[in-house]
Design a protein around this ligand. Structure first.
Ligand code: ZN
Length: 215
């Protein structure tokens, strides 16, 4: 079961999300970028970060993004995020996006840059109207553990997100990825294997590779 975004190193079949200053893990796929909360700690050494981005096991850029409730001054966040957009297009790796109360700005940036790479909103947990707009603009949506205790919301999201735009993630939670698949499969009235195959197909389409180790 593919986990598109986790900070826990011990998980399998996952895309390990690394903060910009971390070293490349010995094995497994990862994503790396400057989290909006970490911008004050970023030494602006882009070339060191780009070396990690270029690594063959780096499948995506991020998490990066915009956060209006926390982190660096907003204009600064935008300028750092724009760099990630450029790297994503140049190195042909999708973006994994952290977004808090800045969906209008993220959507505008996507419209303005018209990227070829997929943009994945991680841990989406906002209004249905925002969700619909993101889908209209071609975003992928990654669903995390926050929603597992809110069946009503999860139900409504699942009626909105088409199968071909869906991912799942554990982020920093202790809940296992298999629990997330089980809960969601029940809501979608699918057997577990069908849901796994849906996500594998999305993974292939998004990252341009087979799921290989991420079975
Ligand atoms: Zn995260």
């Amino acid at each position: 079961m593919i986990d598109i975004h986790t900070h826990r190193t011990e998980t399998e079949n996952s895309l390990l999300s690394l903060f910009h200053d971390r070293g490349i893990p010995e094995s497994g796929f990862f994503s790396i970028g400057v989290h909006p909360w970490k911008i004050p700690e970023y030494n602006q050494n882009d070339s060191a970060l780009i070396e990690k981005i270029k690594h063959s096991r780096c499948l995506a850029i991020g998490e990066c993004g915009l956060d209006k409730l926390r982190g660096e001054e907003f204009e600064k966040q935008i300028s750092v995020f724009v760099k990630h957009i450029r790297w994503s297009e140049h190195y042909k790796k999708p973006l994994i996006i952290h977004c808090v109360k800045a969906f209008n700005e993220i959507i505008k940036l996507k419209k303005d840059t018209n990227p070829e790479q997929a943009w994945i909103i991680h841990g989406f947990n906002s209004k249905s109207s925002v969700l619909k707009e993101l889908l209209n603009q071609g975003f992928y949506i990654s669903i995390g553990t926050d929603l597992m205790n809110n069946v009503e919301k999860l139900n409504s999201y699942m009626s909105i997100v088409p199968d071909n735009r869906l991912f799942f993630e554990t982020d920093e939670s202790e809940l296992s990825i298999s629990e997330i698949y089980k809960i969601t499969a029940k809501i979608k009235q699918l057997d577990l294997l069908s849901l796994q195959n849906i996500i594998k197909d999305n993974f292939k389409n998004c990252f341009h590779i087979d799921h290989n180790g991420l079975a």
